[in-house]
Design a protein around this ligand. Structure first.
Ligand code: HEM
Ligand SMILES: *[C@@H]1O[C@H](CO)[C@@H](O)[C@H](O)[C@H]1NC(C)=O
Ligand SMILES: *[C@@H]1O[C@H](CO)[C@@H](O)[C@H](O)[C@H]1NC(C)=O
Ligand SMILES: *[C@@H]1O[C@H](CO)[C@@H](O)[C@H](O)[C@H]1NC(C)=O
Length: 652
């Protein structure tokens, strides 16, 4: 009897659950339909931490159990990395730049339409960020990335002062110093190069961590094995970031890197659990967290002492110093005694962490992707180097000058390579927003009103906006038989790396800008100026959003651009990057082919094209987002060789 009772209880629960699910799903579909945008019905809302972490397990089972006719419409849209894998294909299929994924409980709007993107970014009180999703960035305290409305203004006001044109000069100098060290680590102190670098990404991570450390804490980091003996820097208080200093159990660099890669366990598990867990992985993660906290804390205490001891508050490029100045925690400073104007100690630490994070992985990925794209497209590298020769005329880096050299880098082919890299792989592929929880929002497009349902999740889809052929100069694919992407934009070249796209063809029809969005500027460091002159292609507002758009766009845009351009210039003035082909041919075989005349070259070309296809395949299939998008599986090894000593220079 008891068993039957239990059976009935379980059954009625199941029925109740299924009915609720069906009603909720139907309602979402109705609302999606009413919005006037095309939609795809998804049986579940995919953007939960549980689903994102485990969908790789379920989806193959679902594919096995259900006939394709039942899953065909939606199954590709429900992966953790669908946005990347599908590219522009769903927009093509639905013939719309904006579509909705209608799911039980909550739906998702995905847009690659510049007008929609601009409007949503401009109406920040109607379309706030989904703050619940940002808890990972709150682990040390609330900050400028994880707040909204009033709080956000306060954070932004107190963190933006160092982001001035004056300080970009310091970004330039530090980037050059660190890039020279990184290059030396690749090519050796003798400068010979020609050794396989398995994971250049870990080096670009170090490079940008060093630059951002200078910017947040005003601390110069020494490149291990290269600058260990830079007496001058050491005398000026430089930090040995690979050393474990007294009072610490982990080095600065290790704790930051571990923290960045394992942010998910930190928010999922309580700290006591991690600390005493039987898994070394979790214990190490917890240690990294407490260690980085200690580094933050000691920087903070040091700066605070300095501030109390001195009168002036010009911190240059020193976000921590500027925050302490504005915090209101120190008598005699402007915000002292004013409630609601300053920052608490935990907010200062929270911001310092989020700057280290926001300003580090994004730029590092971009630099790495620049290396990849240039290795995969050597003809572009050649063009880039000719441009560098024109700009620098062989001057050594000690004679480079921010005022004269930055603009030509920015406004020519070097800038186009950076732009094109960020077009194809924007580190944040989808910028999340929401519709307010309690009330729907109208969106007016070409005179037509679309009602977006309350609590809708919105993705400003950088990756597809950047591939939207309506808004970009494009042509036929390089090889129609082997499109750059299996599904997305197969009949044009939007998926291909072509920096030339950015250099304006005078015969092209200009694409109209939509200037209906107004952006507040005042003193919040919101940069509304276009980057450069009009001889270059300027995307429609909202069509190119690697740094987001509107109020909540990237505070470090200019910072990142200066850093990336300076680093590129240091590397490519004297060196070339090439695909390492070790997997397909040994050095001896390569030498033999190089010496083997026409036939040898053909063989070598075949080897290279194999390496290229392998690399491009990985980029399409194995990029995944954890905070930012990165190659998460497989390696694309590289070599750096002196210019003129390239092995694959003949390929075109
Ligand atoms: C290539 C490099 C970079 C890219 C692609 C990038 C991209 C972005 C994007 C897409 C956002 C909006 C995020 C969102 O809405 O959740 C953002 C915000 C932000 N970024 Fe960057 N970023 C880069 C480098 C930097 C650097 C170097 C810094 C600091 C030095 C920085 C500081 C920030 C800050 C503080 C915000 C939050 C702004 C706010 O909400 O008011 N970023 N960035
Ligand atoms: C470097 O280049 C030389 C000749 O150009 C070659 O013999 C040598 O094996 C190459 N590889 C490494 C890793 O040094
Ligand atoms: C920095 O630390 C590493 C590792 O402890 C050490 O090998 C190196 O010599 C140190 N450099 C300086 C300048 O102290
Ligand atoms: C890079 O992109 C910006 C838009 O963010 C554009 O204004 C600029 O002209 C581009 N630069 C080059 C060199 O194409």
């Amino acid at each position: 009897m008891k068993l039957v009772g239990l059976g009935i209880t379980v059954l009625s629960y199941a029925v109740y659950w299924v009915v609720t699910w069906a009603i909720s799903w139907r309602k979402s579909c109705q609302l999606a339909k009413a919005s006037g945008f095309p939609y795809i019905a998804l049986p579940l809302y995919p953007y939960t931490r549980f689903w994102m972490a485990t969908c790789g397990l379920w989806l193959p089972i679902i594919r096995k159990l259900l006939p394709t006719s039942m899953t065909d419409d939606w199954i590709d849209m429900i992966y953790d990395d669908s946005l990347w894998l599908e590219g522009f294909a769903p927009h093509e299929k639905l013939k719309s730049d904006t579509y909705i994924l209608a799911a039980p409980g909550r739906s998702i709007l995905i847009t690659a339409d510049p007008a929609v993107i601009t409007q949503i970014a401009a109406r920040r009180s109607h379309f706030p960020k989904p703050l619940a999703q940002y808890t990972a960035l709150d682990v040390f305290g609330k900050n400028v990335v994880t707040t909204e409305a009033h709080d956000w203004r306060r954070h932004r006001k107190l963190t933006s002062p160092p982001f001035t044109e004056k300080n970009n000069r310091l970004v330039w100098q530090e980037s050059i110093y660190q890039a020279a060290a990184m290059l030396t680590s690749w090519v050796g102190k003798d400068g010979k190069g020609n050794q396989t670098i398995q994971n250049a990404h870990s080096d670009t991570m170090k490079q940008t961590l060093h630059v951002i450390s200078r910017a947040i804490f005003n601390v110069r980091c020494l490149w291990p094995g290269v600058n260990d003996n830079d007496e001058k820097a050491i005398a000026e208080g430089a930090m040995n970031t690979s050393m474990v200093p007294e009072g610490h159990k982990m080095s600065y660099v290790d704790s930051m890197n571990i923290l960045l890669h394992r942010i998910i366990p930190i928010i999922v598990f309580p700290s006591w659990f991690m600390k005493y867990s039987p898994w070394g992985y979790l214990r190490e993660t917890q240690l990294a967290y407490t260690e980085w906290g200690k580094y933050l804390e000691s920087m903070y205490q040091k700066k605070k002492k300095e501030r109390i001891a001195s009168e002036k508050g010009d911190w240059g490029l020193d976000v921590m110093g500027a925050m302490i100045d504005g915090s209101g925690l120190i008598p005699g400073t402007p915000n002292y005694g004013k409630a609601d104007a300053g920052l608490s100690e935990s907010e200062i630490l929270g911001n310092a962490f989020v700057f280290a994070l926001a300003g580090h992985e994004t730029s590092a990925n971009t630099l790495f992707h620049v290396l990849l794209f240039l290795a995969l497209n050597p003809w572009c590298q050649k063009h880039l180097q000719e441009e560098l020769d024109n700009i620098f005329q062989g001057r050594p880096i000690s004679e480079w000058d921010y005022d004269n050299d930055l603009n030509p880098l920015f406004g020519g082919y070097v800038g186009a390579v950076m732009n094109e890299t960020l077009r194809l792989i924007p580190p944040v592929i989808g910028i999340p927003k929401t519709v307010l929880e309690d009330v729907g929002q109208p969106l007016t497009l070409n005179g037509k009103v679309h009602i977006l349902p309350r609590n809708l999740y919105i993705v400003l889809s950088a990756t597809t906006a950047h591939r939207n052929p309506k808004y970009w100069p494009n042509g036929p694919p390089r090889n129609p038989k082997r499109p750059a992407h299996p599904k997305s934009n197969v009949d044009n070249d939007m998926e291909e790396f072509k920096p030339e796209r950015w250099i304006l063809d005078p015969s092209a029809v200009p694409i109209k800008d939509n200037d209906d969005a107004t952006v507040e500027s005042e003193d919040l460091g919101v940069n509304t100026n276009p980057d450069t002159a009009n001889t270059l292609f300027r995307p429609t507002r909202g069509a190119y959003i690697p740094f987001s758009e509107g109020f909540r766009s990237c505070l470090g845009r200019r910072f990142a651009q200066v850093e990336i351009l300076a680093t590129m210039a240091v590397i490519f003035q004297k060196y070339s990057v090439e695909l390492a082909v070790d997997e397909w041919a040994s050095d001896a075989e390569v030498e033999r082919m190089l010496a083997g005349g026409e036939q040898g070259r053909k063989e070598l070309g075949d080897v290279w094209w194999k390496a290229k296809e392998h690399g491009e395949d990985l980029i399409i299939k194995e990029m995944k987002t954890i905070l930012t998008i990165q190659l998460r599986k497989g390696k694309i090894p590289l070599r750096f060789v002196r210019r003129g000593e390239e092995k694959f220079g003949f390929i075109s």
